[in-house]
Design a protein around this ligand. Structure first.
Ligand SMILES: Cc1cc2nc3c(=O)[nH]c(=O)nc-3n(C[C@H](O)[C@H](O)[C@H](O)COP(=O)(O)OP(=O)(O)OC[C@H]3O[C@@H](n4cnc5c(N)ncnc54)[C@H](O)[C@@H]3O)c2cc1C
Length: 388
């Protein structure tokens, strides 16, 4: 594995980190408080710089980056101080919104949607979870029935990242309930289609600047040409192509962890107690050292998954689930130590650290819980299949 960056890559990461420091970090606290996505003028600026289409091929208006480069860019934005909620929404829209389309879309579907994702016109959502189908994603009940040139969708998707603002939704439905997971299909559903509606924005503990809601499909009319892949291929799309991207999509938290560590180093050098900087106390030094070790370990595990995606070495369920599992544990400790090193200040909203202590929970729940990641690792060790 070679993670060495070219000069062009280094320049891009540096630019994104600087952009984040200048435009995203200053709005992080307020957007978290108000539960708001990136304001439109900043989103537009990101699009004009090519940041909304990083993994989209150049022929469709994107930057044509692979998984490793895409995730390093999101990590760079995290290092610059962007809110995890903004990074989550950006990653879900840009990565999960485009990857299945790139791999399984018809030429017509790619031409219609990819350039508009890259230019920031379309915000995407990935809709799998339902009120009665979370970890057990194979048991989804939203159904699509073919009627002439349309499919008619009925059902509800829950906890949809970008639900309140999405223009284009990848919706997993059952087209053949008798087939269970093998009867799942994916549709590209525009928010303007008749029968599409949104639930109210949900009030969350963490990643608050990533808007979340239910999406309701009530006799929703979807043109037949908006079926992604073939009928019944939904499970294949998730299990064999998207799963690694979905797990690795949280890699932006590496940047958040780095940001927290750098903030702690600066604070520990400046904060005086007992007539000395607290950085001179071994207890503080050890917390900083542990934060660094676990950041680097998580980084290597996440980079390995992204590198495997780029090499076509997927499915890689053990590596992908291990990376997500470990990143969650490392982030939890990083957030806890960051607040601890800052003492009372760490708990205050004026400092950018208490947010991580709320945000980390998404990594233990979203995209497959910690228990399910361990379950997948164990099942694959013992000889089993792939699931959420
Ligand atoms: C902020 C946020 C954003 C999200 N965004 C999206 C999105 O964009 N798209 C989307 O489709 N979904 C999204 N989700 C949903 C997320 O993927 C699900 O919440 C997750 O898969 C878990 O499902 P659940 O909440 O129904 O929990 P459940 O499946 O009900 O699990 C409850 C508990 O039981 C445990 N459990 C369940 N089954 C097992 C088992 N077999 N073995 C051991 N333990 C088990 C779980 O680990 C968990 O601790 C989001 C969730 C959140 C919180």
């Amino acid at each position: 594995m070679d993670f060495a960056l070219s000069l062009d890559q280094k320049t891009l990461m540096k630019d994104i980190e600087e952009f984040s420091r200048r435009y995203l970090a200053p709005i992080a606290a307020e957007c978290d408080e108000k539960q708001e996505f990136i304001p439109t003028p900043i989103w537009r600026k990101m699009a004009s710089l090519g940041y909304c289409g990083l993994p989209i091929p150049t022929g469709y208006g994107g930057a044509g980056l692979g998984a490793l480069d895409t995730y390093m860019c999101l990590e760079a934005a995290g290092r610059g101080g962007a809110a995890a909620g903004h990074l989550l929404s950006w990653a879900v829209s840009m990565v999960l919104g485009s990857v299945a389309l790139i791999k399984f879309g018809t030429e017509e579907q790619k031409k219609r949607y990819l350039p508009r994702i890259a230019n920031g016109d379309l915000i995407c959502a990935f809709c799998l979870t339902e009120p009665d189908a979370g970890s057990d994603a194979g048991s989804i009940r939203t159904q699509a029935v073919r009627r002439g040139d349309y499919y008619i969708l009925n059902g509800t998707k829950s906890f949809v990242t970008n639900g309140p603002i999405a223009d284009l939704c990848l919706v997993f439905v059952s087209t053949n309930p008798d087939m269970g997971p093998r009867g799942i299909s994916v549709f590209l559903v525009e928010s303007s289609f008749p029968g599409f509606s949104r639930g109210k924005k949900l009030n969350k503990l963490g990643v608050r600047s990533s808007p979340t809601s239910e999406l309701i499909f009530s006799d929703c009319e979807v043109p037949a040409e908006n079926l992604l892949g073939a009928e019944g291929e939904g499970f294949k799309i998730v299990a064999h192509q998207i799963l690694e991207w979905e797990r690795a999509n949280f890699s932006f938290f590496l940047g958040v962890m780095d940001y927290n560590l750098q903030t702690c180093i600066k604070y520990a050098r400046e904060r005086i107690q007992f007539k000395r900087p607290i950085a001179e106390f071994q207890a503080i030094q050890h917390m900083l050292a542990e934060m660094k070790v676990e950041l680097d370990a998580a980084k290597l595990m996440c980079y390995r998954v992204a590198w495997m995606i780029d090499q076509g070495m997927v499915p890689a369920p053990i590596e992908a689930s291990s990376a997500k599992y470990f990143l969650a544990q490392a982030l939890k400790k990083n957030a806890d130590y960051a607040v601890q090193i800052h003492g009372a200040n760490g708990m205050m909203k004026e400092y950018p650290l208490e947010r991580s202590l709320r945000d980390y929970k998404i990594l233990e729940i979203g995209g497959g819980t910690t228990q399910i990641q361990l379950d997948i690792i164990a099942r694959n060790l013992l000889g089993g299949g792939v699931s959420r």
